[in-house]
Design a protein around this ligand. Structure first.
Ligand SMILES: Cc1ncc(COP(=O)(O)O)c(C=O)c1O
Length: 456
């Protein structure tokens, strides 16, 4: 255990992790997983309350998926999707098209969510060029949204400390507008919501003839599982149609059952022009991402003088990844996994809300499907928030992480815009796993409450 930890600390560069946190003696090393649980190299078991990173949708240890991967490697380990194709990517694209909304029938495969977002940005550009509208270069995205880390995806991401070091490289083609957080208490028609007006005003302020695309997650992860008000997505659709702007739903988290449907867009009854996906498409057994586009848009690009979508990646639609995607989706369908999510979502979200009642350090619980956020405060009853120094001690890499670890639950302490816990178990979590998850979150909240009392 010590030896492998020392090797990690000497050689492995972590993602979004402070150097001092990485050098701690108790660095967590996860070694194996089964169902909704994983274990570290010391044998301690943890409930995977974040599905890895919102991606182990079918849970761990599915030997049917590993068998499909091995079989595909034996048959054809690799062949590209450039000028030729192979059966795995063809079957995966057809299966995805069959469950995607309306005429979203064309699938462009990549390897990650960031690449999927890059692909959407580039496709929007190629489409507008094909339409003779070269000035349409700007993108509207929302505050606190996370859309990935590659430079294009980072440009649409609105999390200041992820952007700050790279700001000069981000091109200045994105306008960020309010997300739906402030709209949750509003009544009345969706068209009058300030978060809807913000999108339209941004398009008008930039000049509609310069705007290429609006990108948004159906339920936004950054700032904590922001569920849109009724009619919000219909309004985004109306606005985009009015001004000739493409609407892209970033469903890297929201798709493949996270909200109890193949796509979050289905839950909110909207047909976007493009959908980005990754993560759950293979339940994270192998990396795969992609962009789904409506038929006429692809045809428009192919019929233009450029005659191609000018973009590509060696491993986009890798035979093994796409074979696993087919097996994963087939299992999701045959095992009625989404019915389980819809049947149990109230147990999860209602259970978290019940914890809010018993813990004065919780200011809000939000979410849909198996995708929730628990927002923390100092004293909900008195309406007193965390002080800056309490916030800094809790997050990131602070005491909240220790409390989570002690409760043996992998939920994510999140400091982006507020102190929060992200909770998103594998979709195969049944009532007993959810009850176990709630008990462990209860333990974390007990510890937070106790810590706040002592720090008074
Ligand atoms: C909505 C959204 N878009 C894009 C990404 C980037 O995906 P990846 O980390 O696979 O590049 C993420 C990652 O969490 C995401 O949540």
């Amino acid at each position: 255990m010590t030896e492998i930890r020392a090797k990690a600390q000497a050689h492995l560069v972590p993602h979004f992790t402070r150097g001092d946190a990485w050098q701690r003696d108790d660095l967590l090393i996860i070694d194996r997983g089964e169902g909704c649980y994983v274990a570290d190299t010391g044998g301690d078991e943890y409930l995977d309350g974040l599905s890895g990173l919102f991606c182990t949708n079918l849970g761990h240890g599915r030997s049917d998926l590993t068998a499909v991967a091995a079989k595909q490697m034996d048959r054809l380990a690799f062949s590209p999707n450039w000028s030729s194709a192979h059966p795995s990517s063809i079957e995966a694209s057809a299966l995805i098209a069959s469950v995607a909304p309306a005429d979203l029938n064309r699938v462009f495969f990549v390897n990650s969510g960031s690449e999927a977002v890059e692909s959407a940005l580039k496709f929007a550009r190629c489409y507008h060029l094909a339409n003779g509208a070269p000035d349409r270069q700007k993108v509207i995205a929302r505050r606190w949204a996370y859309h990935g880390t590659t430079l294009g995806a980072l440009a649409v991401t609105a999390i200041p400390n992820f952007r700050d070091p790279y700001e000069p490289m981000l091109g200045g083609f994105v306008r960020h507008v309010d997300n739906t957080l402030g709209c949750s208490g509003h009544s009345g028609p969706a068209a009058e919501l300030p978060c809807v007006a913000a999108v339209e005003q941004a398009i008008l302020a930039e000049g509609p003839e310069t705007v290429a695309m609006v990108i948004a997650e159906p339920v936004q992860n950054g700032r904590g599982a922001l569920v849109p008000p009724d009619g919000y997505w219909q309004e985004l659709r109306r606005i985009c149609d009015t001004y000739g702007v493409l609407l892209c739903a970033d469903e890297v988290i929201n798709s493949f059952g996270r909200l109890g449907h193949w796509f979050g867009s289905e839950r909110f009854g909207v047909v976007p022009d493009m959908i980005t996906f990754a993560k759950g498409v293979t339940s994270a057994y192998v990396p795969l991402g992609g962009l789904i586009v409506r038929d006429p848009l692809v045809e428009r690009v192919w019929d233009s003088p450029a005659s191609m979508f000018v973009h590509g990646a060696t491993f986009g639609g890798h035979p093994v990844a796409t074979a696993v995607a087919v097996a994963n989706m087939t299992a999701m369908r045959d095992e009625l996994v989404f019915d389980g999510v819809l049947a149990n979502e109230e147990r999860l979200i209602g259970g978290l809300r019940a914890l809010m009642e018993s813990h004065n350090c919780v200011s809000d619980v939000r979410g849909a499907g198996f995708f929730c956020a628990v927002e923390l405060t100092r004293d909900r009853a008195a309406g007193v928030g965390l002080t800056d120094s309490e916030f800094a001690e809790l997050l990131p890499g602070g005491v909240l992480e220790r409390f989570v670890r002690e409760a043996r639950v992998l939920v994510r302490p999140d400091s982006r815009g507020a102190a929060m816990l992200a909770v998103a178990p594998p979709l195969v979590a049944d009532a007993s796993v959810i009850d176990d998850l709630l008990a462990r979150v209860d333990q974390v909240l007990d510890r937070v409450g106790g810590w706040l009392r002592v720090s008074t």
